[in-house]
Design a protein around this ligand. Sequence first.
Ligand code: CP
Ligand code: NVA
Length: 313
Amino acid sequence: MAVPFIQPESQVGPSTLRHDLDLSADQLIGLLNLTHQVKQSRQRFSSSLKGRYVSLLFEKPSLRTRMTFELAIKQLGGDCVVQVGPIADREPLKDVARNLARWTDAIVARTFTQDTIEGLSQWSGIPVVNALSDLYHPCQAFADIFTLKERFGRLRGLKLAYVGDGNNVAHSLLLSCARLGIDCAVATPAGYAPDTSIVAQAEGFAEASGSVVETTTDPFAAVRDADAVYTDVWASMGQESEAEERKRLFAPYQVNAHLLAASGTDSIFMHCLPAKRGLEVTDEVVESPRSVVFDQAENRLHVQKALLLTLLQ
Ligand code: CP
Ligand code: NVA
């Protein structure tokens, strides 16, 4: 089973999760440690959020994030209310945020823009969890890093290769990998690279942690010696009108048996899901013994329980 994570230097909890960097590297390690405990013993934390209520807001569709947050809150003894649809179409965001803060103890929000997350946080004054925005998907990256630790028993010195669109998932993986000493190579078509300022931030973290950040247009260069090969959809939610053009441009970036064979000998395949089989990944790879996609999905539940405990206790 999982080896315990190295002890963080600081135990001071964060107050919100607008993006990955609201947790320091030490706090992230603390979160991963707590996730390990939560996963080991569901009963131990079953009343921890008794009497606590969380607002769940979804501007975009979700299976994993919605189900795992609802289950996480309920398994911790709390409860939630859910709204699906635009967050601030009937009234200003600052009014929505202040209403929610009068009724509930935290907000979990999936939004089209990062600005909506920032506004909810600024105006509510209660913990806000980014459940995916245009720029970040921190809960996904934290669950993915936990999955890597379970699989390999270590993080430092691993190499993760992300192949496909330089999107929200790629951004969060870059930031979290670089801070924890995991090498991260990102291969995208020209024009679809991750945001340059996020790459620059990740490079700074990598220098401090002794890891390497690499961006390239060559998927085979990216996966060389990789312990994990990761991909995500080529057209994210909100980019549906670009899907056809992207299919053509991204075709050389498909994760198939040939590309996976060019990675490390014991490499695993990762995907945040939902996957479009036949596009960014073949069915054969998703269904192969190397695939850990359902471990990632399961770990969303455990890591989000640990996150809620950290923010609300
Ligand atoms: N991976 C992920 O966030 O899945 P959903 O879009 O189903 O929530
Ligand atoms: N990049 C994808 C992730 C889905 C979980 C999107 O934003 O739609």
